[in-house]
Design a protein around this ligand. Sequence first.
Ligand SMILES: [Zn+2]
Length: 287
Amino acid sequence: MKIITDESCTAYSRPGHPEKPARITRTLEALRAKTELPITWAKPGPADDTAILRAHTPEHLARLGASEDFDADSPAYPNIANHARASAGAALEAMRAARNGETVFSLMRPPGHHATRDRIMGFCYLNNIAIAALEALATGTKRVAIFDFDVHHGNGTEDILLNRDGAAFFSIHQSPAYPDTGRSNVGNNCFNYPVPPALPRPEYRDVLSKALDQLKQFKPDLIGVSAGFDAYARDPLAQETLEAEDFFWLGQKIGALSIPTFSVLEGGYSRDLPDLIFDYLRGINGK
Ligand SMILES: [Zn+2]
């Protein structure tokens, strides 16, 4: 199991913001203390303009340097452009590791799946998973599928990958909930699975299974997972029901597909995030 991370991603914060450094620092502590999962650590380099501009407009990239907050959720943190580049770079590194046959997870912030081609929103500045998917397609991968189990709809990833040859997007998310998109399928390659708030766990698992079955029919050579852990029962930002063992189960299901897969951290705001990530990793690693 390879974890791509850089502790400097904890260098920005704003009091009271749920997307906070402790998400990473506490997860790092927890993972370092676990000996049952053999982990190799790697540090990402920054994503370059060529890779970023496959997913975003030049105006979007330039806007990252702005000094005024982008919206109430997305502050203009000092140096956020470099933090966003490092997070996207980690997703790129994870994608390459997956193509080399490694089981890999990018443990970075900021997350990315709400960032559209031209808009910073929802704690997200650059769309890490979309940047990695488009890089994969540009460098030899024929078919890439994105599986997004964050409790919020990956509107940005959908926006960027919509009707792209070789790409397909599958998102399972609470609806209604932020950002209030993803109520039905869009275009010829974006498949949305909205679930009502407080859906019982067995039914939530059924929806996840159904989405994975459909993903399998797409016959991807590579899978990118937008791994958000906010469908957890005690997450403060949503109203779903999943428990730690459901993330273990989901990791196992994804691992059992036996298709090269890289996972990238998106959301997850509860105190239990480190355990949820660990259980997911155990599952995907087949332990
Ligand atoms: Zn989320």
